[in-house]
Design a protein around this ligand. Structure first.
Ligand code: GLA
Length: 660
């Protein structure tokens, strides 16, 4: 570990049966030995609660802990992440093992923080969960079924509930199209998972109040609204497994990307998730809890990271606000499903491997970056990526049916040009405070929860620039359509009425033609696909118009002056070239701070961290070729080599430089 430059180990995840081989019988001797060894060697431990993988004895004795799937089948014992979050028996056993761990290691010198469970996710539809869901609903709707029926629009298809007991969670063999139900169920799953997390935390907070806690998230994982977890956690951490070198084939990568899969696209999409993780705690650094030193075992193709890529990927996380680089896994397990997953130490059992050397290099780089710990990414720009909005968009049966409407990808597409320009960008929910930003981009803001339109209005009034797109302001928080014209409560702010939306077949295209002398200074034509909304410019002025179809000449891009700011509306899904020109123009107009005011070759990006006084610029080359960047007249210290740099500098393939 010392050779690898690893000073922190995460320990004990999934170790429940080894800690408690039979109910009430505990064996900590093996963990004592590892903790003691690590402490003696000056290595810290992030100690996990073992609850993400349960012992067979527990499932055997308390069958209620087994999950029931949406089609109402009770699962057998097996795999992991497979317990019911509601089951009192599970909560009782979790409370006991977590208490034992806290009591045993409360004063251990190696204990640095708690790692709660592992990658919370999934849902359970058992009888206990149904009851908990109904209780949750009663609370939400003031114990008044009329309130619920109204919010869910249940008179449609004669779905009106006349007793609470009639309500069941969504199911493929039951109800799945009542959008009020499906979205409330997802909200409940988040809340119930957090309630379970609180059970996990109770003994730890009581016995070790000064030891911080985290749980490892999964980027844009759609199943849980991570914003709701924030107040329970001291530090945000996440597991990042980008599909490097995938050349466009990212199917099954867990990180949807319709970019060409070139590494800088993968990097930008990964940076989007880093942005969420940093924004969750208002800019506070996060931890990269898991990354693979080489390959995963669940990507479609396990392509080796090319030399240098591991370092580049690790420092990409640091550039975006991570204060750690950690691995799954230290050493390969000899058997079972992860025996071929990348690890710092391979089955060969020595440090004489390429992977080990790559890891050791990152370790030695991180040692030189201590000054960055605690610094943040000074973002004046934010993109709204909102879980509930995503759920509602995914449910909606329009403007396409059973096709991905690409909400996440659209947010990433708008993020990409900002990332290539080196504009520090947060990724926030629609409930966040907008006041520290100057530019807010809210792609496909389909759902507008109460108060959001007003807050966006005051943001623009006070001088902010807002960018909205097609398919915004369609439903309220109950997934009920706004009456009186879309984009609903944003209509006045955007100065438009969106009367209809046209969906295009995958091979169809339209065009957007810029108006002469528009205030963006952009000229020419751009290609449109997927969605074209037909607008009336009310108080907004028109910057571009449709090229073809029966709505040829109608507005496709508008801007509305509102108070001291401006609100743009992009009515159609447009090619990347436009987004690049558009955001370059906005960035210029607002004089937004860039990490480095230089022209960067395609595939090279600059990113910024700062403590408010001192700035650290990361130059990252995601191409397989050498590149040149002109730093201009300014002189910098390159922190990884200690050399002084200025003027034209060379970047090796997959190179990183950190300039102070
Ligand atoms: C997840 C889990 C780990 C491991 C890795 C493999 O992130 O948390 O336990 O299974 O995936 O990539």
């Amino acid at each position: 570990m010392k050779l690898a430059g690893c000073n922190t180990m995460t320990l004990g995840i999934f170790s429940w049966v080894t800690l408690e081989p039979r109910e009430g019988e505990f064996n900590f001797s093996w963990l004592d030995r590892i903790m003691d060894d690590l402490a003696r060697s000056g290595i810290f431990v992030i100690l996990a609660t073992p609850t993400a993988g349960k012992p067979a004895w527990l499932a055997q004795k308390y069958p209620e802990v087994l999950r029931v799937t949406a089609d109402r089948r009770k699962r057998l014992h097996g795999l992991r992440h497979n317990h019911c979050y509601t089951a009192p028996a599970y909560r009782k056993c979790v409370g006991i093992i977590n208490r034992k761990l806290a009591e045993r290691y409360r004063s251990h010198p190696a204990l640095l923080m708690w790692h709660i469970s592992n990658e919370y996710g999934g849902e359970c539809h058992c009888r206990l969960c149904q009851e908990a869901f109904r209780t949750w609903l009663r609370r939400k709707y003031d114990n008044n079924l009329d309130n619920l029926n109204r919010a869910w629009w249940t008179a449609f298809w004669s779905h009106t509930y006349t007793e609470w007991e009639q309500i069941e969670s969504p199911s493929p063999i039951g109800e799945s199209l009542l959008h009020g139900l499906t979205i409330d169920w997802k909200r409940f799953v988040t809340d119930q998972t957090i309630d379970f997390l609180r059970t996990e935390l109770a003994p730890l907070r009581e016995i070790t109040p000064d030891v911080p806690v985290t749980t490892n998230f999964m980027g844009t994982y759609p199943g849980l609204n991570y914003w709701k977890f924030v107040e329970q956690l001291d530090v945000i951490s996440w597991d990042s497994y980008p599909c490097w070198h995938s050349n466009g084939d990212t199917t099954g990568c867990g990180h949807p990307s319709d970019g060409e899969g070139r590494d800088w696209k993968v990097a930008a999409d990964t940076a989007f998730s880093h942005g969420i993780m940093r924004s969750l705690k208002g800019g506070k650094p996060f931890m990269l809890m898991e990354s693979t030193p080489s390959v995963s075992n669940w990507h479609p193709v396990h392509k080796l990271k090319r030399p240098g890529m591991h370092r580049l990927s690790s420092l990409l996380a640091v550039a975006h606000g991570s204060d750690t680089v950690q691995y799954f896994q230290w050493r390969k397990s000899r058997g079972s499903s992860e025996k071929l997953h990348g690890a710092v130490v391979d089955h060969t059992g020595s440090e004489h491997t390429r992977i080990f050397r790559e890891v050791a290099r990152v370790g030695s780089d991180l040692r030189k970056l201590d000054d960055l710990v605690g610094t943040t990414v000074p973002a004046e720009t934010a993109i709204i990526y909102d879980w509930e909005n995503r759920w509602a968009i995914d449910d909606a049966m329009g403007p396409v049916y059973k096709r991905n409407k690409k909400y996440e990808q659209t947010c990433k597409n708008h993020h990409y040009p900002l990332w290539t320009l080196g504009i520090p960008t947060d990724v926030i929910s629609m409930d966040c405070d907008f006041s520290s930003y100057r530019l807010i981009v809210a792609p496909m803001l389909y759902m507008i929860r109460e108060g959001v339109a007003e807050r966006l209005g005051s943001f623009v009034e006070q001088g902010g620039v807002l960018v909205c797109t097609y398919w915004s302001g369609i439903v309220d928080q109950n997934d009920l359509c706004f009456l009186g014209g879309f984009p609903g409560p944003l209509r006045k702010l955007l100065g438009i009425w969106a009367e209809e939306i046209d969906a295009l077949y995958p091979q169809e295209r339209n065009g957007l033609i810029m108006e002469a002398n528009n205030d963006l200074g952009i000229t020419g034509e751009y290609e449109l696909r997927d969605f074209c909304e037909i607008l009336h410019a009310e108080s907004a002025h028109v910057l571009a118009r449709y090229k073809g179809d029966f709505y040829k000449g109608e507005p496709a891009l508008t801007a509305n002056n509102y108070g001291g700011g401006k609100a743009y509306y992009l009515a159609a899904r447009v090619e990347e070239r436009f987004l690049k020109d558009f955001y370059a123009s906005l960035v210029d107009g607002l004089s937004l701070r860039r990490a480095l005011a230089a022209d960067l070759p395609e595939g090279v990006t600059a990113q910024l961290r700062s403590d408010g006084h001192r700035s650290y610029i990361f130059l990252l080359n995601f191409t397989q070729s050498p590149q040149v960047v002109d730093l201009g007249g300014r002189k910098y210290v390159e922190m990884l080599s200690g050399s002084k740099l200025g003027g034209r500098i060379d970047l090796e393939p997959f190179d990183v430089k950190v300039l102070s």
